[in-house]
Design a protein around this ligand. Structure first.
Ligand code: FMN
Length: 173
């Protein structure tokens, strides 16, 4: 039997095209909660999440992330920032993004990671203090196209994992 978590990991794909359909507030709340509940180094939770739902603001936000113009079409987006003084901020905030993406996917909501730091314009736009660095903007929404299971393109396991010593194949997994 496949676990729900493994199924979500296996099936989740980057979604860049969204249907014009609102996501229920309780689902949005669960996605944010998934970020909040994520484990972080020394449990310091150095993140801040800015939820953006207003359509005109989503359009503005799409214009601020060069690699994510489709944010403007999303049902909502979450700006993910972390405390610049945190040595583990990138790692902690990345885990929170993964928690939110998987929680969303399990609800039928697609998402994608856009940007990777250097998003000072986004920080200023949403009023985050300069103690914070914006790591990414994550747009969410119901996927426009039904993505096919098994469509995922990844390196085979023997190229990315070894048993006991590098180069010894892991079999039977
Ligand atoms: C750290 C990171 C940064 C990313 N940045 C962008 C981005 O700026 N724009 C974008 O469209 N996709 C971005 N992506 C999405 C990746 O391109 C995507 O996850 C990868 O191609 C695998 O896609 P798939 O899961 O649909 O196979 C990023 C993903 C990660 C993990």
């Amino acid at each position: 039997m496949t676990s729900d978590v493994y199924r979500a990991v296996r099936e989740v794909l980057a979604v860049r095209q969204f249907r014009d359909q609102a996501v229920p507030e309780e689902v949005i709340r669960r996605i944010l909660e998934a970020g909040r509940l994520t484990a972080s180094s020394m449990n310091l939770q150095p993140w801040h999440f800015v939820l953006v739902q207003d359509r005109s603001r989503l359009r503005e936000l799409g214009g601020l992330v060069p690699t994510g113009p489709y944010i403007s079409e999303a049902a909502f987006a979450i700006v993910v920032a972390y405390d610049k003084s945190s040595r583990f901020g990138v790692s902690d905030a990345s885990r929170a993004i993964q928690s939110m993406a998987l929680t969303a996917w399990a609800e039928g909501v697609g998402s994608n990671w856009t940007g990777f730091g250097g998003l000072e314009a986004v920080r200023l736009w949403c009023g985050l203090p300069d103690t914070q660095e914006v790591l990414a903007v994550v747009p969410f929404g119901y996927p426009r196209a039904a993505r096919v299971l098994g469509h995922k393109k990844r390196k085979p396991l023997d190229q990315v994992a070894s048993l006991e010593h590098y180069g010894r194949p892991v079999e039977g997994t």
